[in-house]
Design a binder for this molecule. Sequence first.
Ligand SMILES: *Cc1c(COP(=O)(O)O)cnc(C)c1O
Length: 452
Amino acid sequence: MSTATTAYRFDTQRVRAGYEPKEHNYAVSPPIYQTAAYDFRDVENAKNLFNLSEEGNLYTRIGNPTVAVLEQRVAALDGASAAIALSSGMAAISYTLLNLAEGGGRILTSPYLYGGSDDSFKKVYPKFGIEFDYAKNIDNPEKLAEEIKPDTKAIYIESISNPNTVLLDVDAIAKVAHDHGIPLVVDNTVATPYLYRPIEHGADIVVYSATKGLNGHGNLIAGLILESGKFDWEGSGRFPHFGEKYYTLRDPETEANRSYLEVFPDYPFTTRVRLNYLNYFGAALGPFDAYLAVIGLETLSERLGKQSFNAAAIADYLNAHNSVEWVRYPALRSSPYHDRYKRDFKNGAGGLLAFGFKGTQEERETFLNSVKLLHYHVNIGDARTLIVNSPQTTHGELTVDEKAAVDIPENLIRISAGLEDVADLIADLEQAFQRAAGTGVGFEPALQRAAG
Ligand SMILES: *Cc1c(COP(=O)(O)O)cnc(C)c1O
């Protein structure tokens, strides 16, 4: 871990943390170390790198200097003891869950989930002996404790849920988890550390899809896992696998095998992911994508600030519109999460919002087919504004009843506000509403939808 920049404030760290030009031929912008492997200095160096007694690069699958800049920078922004970057958000989630519950176990999860998480929790993990309990009391932490079972390995939540922007009481949920000796995992993809730092609210593990707001340009797929370094894995009693002793971790003097907890007490979780899961399952992030993500991070605050501004303006516009049934956006006074937003989100509510289209299915489809400036596709956190009918796409695998239970009604439309001039975005939405209502087009927005 580079500690040189950790004393600085957020906006300094997002452009400086984890990188020292003098360690890289004085290059100001982090170089792209486009190499698969690294020469050994000599036989002694090879031996030391393999038995982990010396830090250094060996093979890009498990470590790369450009990827390390991304890891250390995000760790600094989140106040984590360490981070590991992976080739997607789904890799970050799956390695986290396997590292927690390998060999079998349960995860107590919030029902308000990203579609890919929800689908895989139901369909894929049970085949590996990992079962999910969908919490009935996620918004009622006193009763949530009753849902923790003897083999529950963690509580899993999203800080701002995708697509319906549910904000949970993370501090209270963390307390329930810790009272029962289990860690809290928070998917902080939508918020990013600019809006919310889960570790400050008690999270033990934070996962990201860096594909979204962290990078913010819709031009790569990447993920990260972070750890607080504070969870007592040994004391919990639920994680004997963290105490397993490995030959690769042996003491260079005594030759005795050692565990991750002994050798890496401040970051056993991410190190175990790196050496067991990344090493052998192999979802490595390439140096070029890591470089793009680092460049994306440099404008994190400005992007999330402008996206919060644009989303709030769009939410206000939609809230007053007669073709709109309801709007979900935490910064709106009408939001059930407004008080929590006021308490925990000092920098804004972010770019994600959802609304209920008032009208028939056909009108709703005409509306979506009529947007010109907004991009119709499944991504979020891009510099461009995106729109999608989540219940029929990202959350299409849920039954109508399941959708209703998690507040994703059939008429939900999700918007991820970008960085355009919000007047152009609102004009585009307005002409699409008018087309859908069959009232003709009031005006054409200045920009045409980009080709493709
Ligand atoms: C997109 C997303 C993921 C998955 O990330 P990928 O980088 O697409 O694999 C996980 N969680 C949330 C909240 C997301 O929005």
